[in-house]
Design a protein around this ligand. Structure first.
Ligand SMILES: Cc1cc2nc3c(=O)[nH]c(=O)nc-3n(C[C@H](O)[C@H](O)[C@H](O)COP(=O)(O)OP(=O)(O)OC[C@H]3O[C@@H](n4cnc5c(N)ncnc54)[C@H](O)[C@@H]3O)c2cc1C
Length: 387
């Protein structure tokens, strides 16, 4: 009999398992149907020893020092800055849109005032944007929307931006300064030895209180093991046997390409394959971006690797990466959430069980808040470890 079974060894499940074991001394079983820890944050070395983010780049960033303090128990950090460009019309553009992008458009130097005036003249007068197309037209106007957002969003979601919630495109900052950082948060860093090493330390901290079983699906585990409480971080519709119909997810195919120092030299390159960490391809190519994570990890190696991302529909043969925020899906999720609220002894947590796009810091925050609100007053089973 376990005190809790935690379904999903992604960030949400790991944080909750660590808290339950370390703080309450609970004995927990952590399972995942994939063969590794870390869910989509999992990373691993390629054949040349270059660390690879296998499920797309994971740029950790946050404005919340408490989250950094919590994770710092399990990792040191490599402070970094995420530099992105958008490749369209045969050239690299500064991205997210900022004064440098505007100067590229004009072909000359400009100023914050001139760019602000230009935006005021070109933005469409939409006071309450209802979808992703309107949100971008209202903030950058037609020309930038068509250059950087329209094709990218169609490719990424296989939907017209006007059918997607404003939050999809609205998350990308637009600045009138020359600040071309990809994100705004004050703490931008990667775990020094990678995410997987951080997750392994989280598991180690739990000692004998935590048992981990990988390659095991909840469908099999639920009738095999006994537990008092269930933490579920898988897709919420699956938990309820899709009784109201399937929630839609978007999936991706990741194509990893490793380059040894020799293969780089044969291409007249040294150390890196492309000049930036991430290059977006909003229009022509089938992939949406190419990421060369070594620019961010600063790993000391002459080799490198790239990951190309090809968006695709979610089927039973791939992974559900992104909840698709349309009116239909959000209404359907509410029906599942109502069932979840009635489910005794079960906590629904994380990106898939709350059907929300959560960045890593938000996933950690949600897990810690849920632990405090729901479990921290629970009786301790055994002597808790000091953590
Ligand atoms: C392509 C991509 C890029 C991203 N980039 C960033 C970024 O740059 N910065 C950032 O902050 N965030 C990023 N994120 C978000 C980040 O991945 C999430 O915040 C994080 O993974 C949330 O963790 P989770 O545990 O909630 O979900 P997940 O990582 O999805 O973990 C859930 C786990 O549950 C398992 N599972 C599901 N169903 C079952 C079942 N029935 N039985 C057993 N196991 C099951 C899954 O296999 C999975 O491992 C990105 C996400 C994606 C998809």
């Amino acid at each position: 009999m376990y005190d809790a079974m935690v379904v999903g060894a992604g960030l949400s499940g790991l944080v909750m398992a660590e808290r339950l074991c370390s703080q309450l001394g609970w004995r927990c079983l952590l399972i995942d149907r994939r063969e590794h820890l870390g869910g989509n944050c999992h990373d691993a070395p390629d054949p040349n020893g270059v660390l690879t983010h296998l499920y797309g780049p994971h740029y950790f960033r946050t404005n919340t020092p408490e989250l950094v303090n919590y994770l710092s128990r399990f990792t040191a950090w490599h402070r970094t800055r995420y530099a992105v460009r958008s490749f369209t019309g045969g050239r690299y553009w500064s991205f997210p849109i900022n004064l440098k992008t505007f100067e590229q458009l004009l072909g000359r130097e400009s100023s914050q005032d001139e760019f602000s005036r230009w935006l005021d003249e070109h933005k469409l007068p939409i006071t309450e944007p209802q979808n992703s197309e309107e949100v971008m037209l209202a903030s950058v106007g037609v020309e930038f929307y068509e250059k950087f957002f329209k094709g990218y969003t169609q490719k990424q979601w296989n939907k017209e931006p006007r059918s997607l919630h404003p939050s999809v495109c609205g998350r990308i900052p637009v600045r009138t300064t020359r600040d071309d950082g990809y994100v705004d948060e004050s703490f931008q860093a990667l775990p020094q030895d990678g995410y997987t090493a951080m997750f392994e330390r989280m598991v180690d901290t739990c000692g004998a209180n935590l048992e981990v079983r990988l390659g095991l699906d909840f469908c099999q585990a639920k009738d095999t093991f006994s537990y008092r409480h269930l933490i579920y971080t898988g897709p919420i519709d699956e938990y309820f046997q899709v009784c109201y119909g399937r929630l839609e997810y978007r999936s991706l195919r990741f194509e990893v390409e490793s380059h040894s120092a020799r293969s780089l030299a044969q291409q007249g390159k040294s150390g890196f394959w492309q000049p930036y960490l991430q290059v977006n391809y909003p229009n022509s190519e089938q992939y949406t971006r190419i990421v060369e994570i070594k620019h961010a990890t600063s790993q000391n190696t002459p080799h490198t690797n790239l990951v190309r991302e090809y968006p695709q529909d979610y089927t039973q043969d791939n992974e559900p990466y992104y909840p698709v925020p349309t009116d239909r899906n959000l209404a359907l999720y509410k029906k599942y959430a109502a069932l979840a609220a009635e489910e005794k002894g079960t906590t629904f947590l994380g990106r898939l069980a709350t059907y929300a796009y959560l960045n890593m810091d938000q996933a950690v925050a949600l897990a810690l808040e849920t632990f405090s609100a729901k479990f921290s007053a629970q009786p301790q089973q055994r002597k808790p470890r000091l953590a």
